[in-house]
Design a binder for this molecule. Structure first.
Ligand SMILES: Nc1nc2c(ncn2[C@@H]2O[C@H](COP(=O)(O)OP(=O)(O)OP(=O)(O)O)[C@@H](O)[C@H]2O)c(=O)[nH]1
Ligand SMILES: [Mg+2]
Length: 223
């Protein structure tokens, strides 16, 4: 990389870090838990958010939907009982802490913020958003080598979700291999195998979210 490009990249990440720290403070002061859901295109991120919102109706949830240009996910999620914010990143293939900084101010009164990052397994890696937990979601239809091909994003995850497991036999994918690769890259991450269409794995995910909220002292809608 050229020297000027390196300097620009260092400045960009420095600025991102500053906003991420501000976001962390903002969320901590209000007892809000934020979860950054990253993952492959079409792996099931929006469906996961929709199902989470339905299952956690006792919690005030805000959703931030990052997409390059369209508002389809925002429209899907807005049909539920949540405060939703859409962010179009234009040519950028990831959300950054500045974009989140602007959006979370509109979600001050929620207890949990679910952030859907732009679908890909490369660009979001370097951008700390100030979130409490990082999730990476892939599905068997991306091929069972998808985990080993993108080590960095899995190394930094708190939760790794392998979705569409019911389709594994039809696409010749080994869920066991994906699980092993994830565990080897990140022995500390919680790995959840899911079939969202049949609601398999969703309870484990909800239990994880409630655990994070308990630890951070965040409250439910009724408390
Ligand atoms: N068969 C099957 N389909 C699923 C499952 N989970 C999600 N889908 C479907 O996969 C497609 C993509 O799901 P989305 O939730 O839109 O995925 P996404 O990750 O938000 O996609 P992008 O925002 O475009 O990156 C939809 O048609 C879902 O209904 C699953 O477990 N099994
Ligand atoms: Mg989506």
């Amino acid at each position: 990389m050229h020297r000027v490009e390196i300097d620009a990249q260092v400045n960009l990440l420095g600025e991102n870090k500053r906003y991420a720290e501000e976001n962390r403070r903002f969320l901590r002061e209000r007892g809000i838990v934020a979860v950054n859901i990253m993952g492959a295109i079409g792996s099931g991120k929006t469906l996961l958010i929709e199902k989470t919102v339905e299952k956690m109706s006792d919690v005030k949830i805000g959703v931030i939907l990052g997409d390059v240009v369209c508002r389809a996910d925002y429209e899907r999620v807005s049909k539920h009982d949540v405060v939703a914010e859409a962010i179009n990143t234009g040519k950028e293939c990831h959300l950054d802490a500045y974009l989140i900084h602007r959006s979370i101010r509109k979600l001050e009164n929620v207890n949990l913020i679910l952030i859907e990052n732009v679908g890909n397994l490369v660009c979001p890696v370097d951008f700390d958003l100030g979130e409490n937990k990082r999730v990476v979601m892939v599905s068997v239809t991306e091929g069972d080598d998808v985990v080993e091909k993108h080590p960095e994003i899995f190394r930094l995850a708190d939760v790794i979700i392998i979705n569409k497991t019911e389709l594994a036999e039809f696409v010749g994918a080994s869920v066991e291999k994906m699980e092993k690769d994830a565990g080897r890259l990140n022995p500390h991450a919680k790995i959840i195998k899911m079939d969202l269409k049949q609601n398999r794995g969703i309870e484990e995910w909800i239990e994880f979210l409630r655990g994070v909220m308990d630890v951070s002292g965040s409250t439910s809608r009724n408390s």
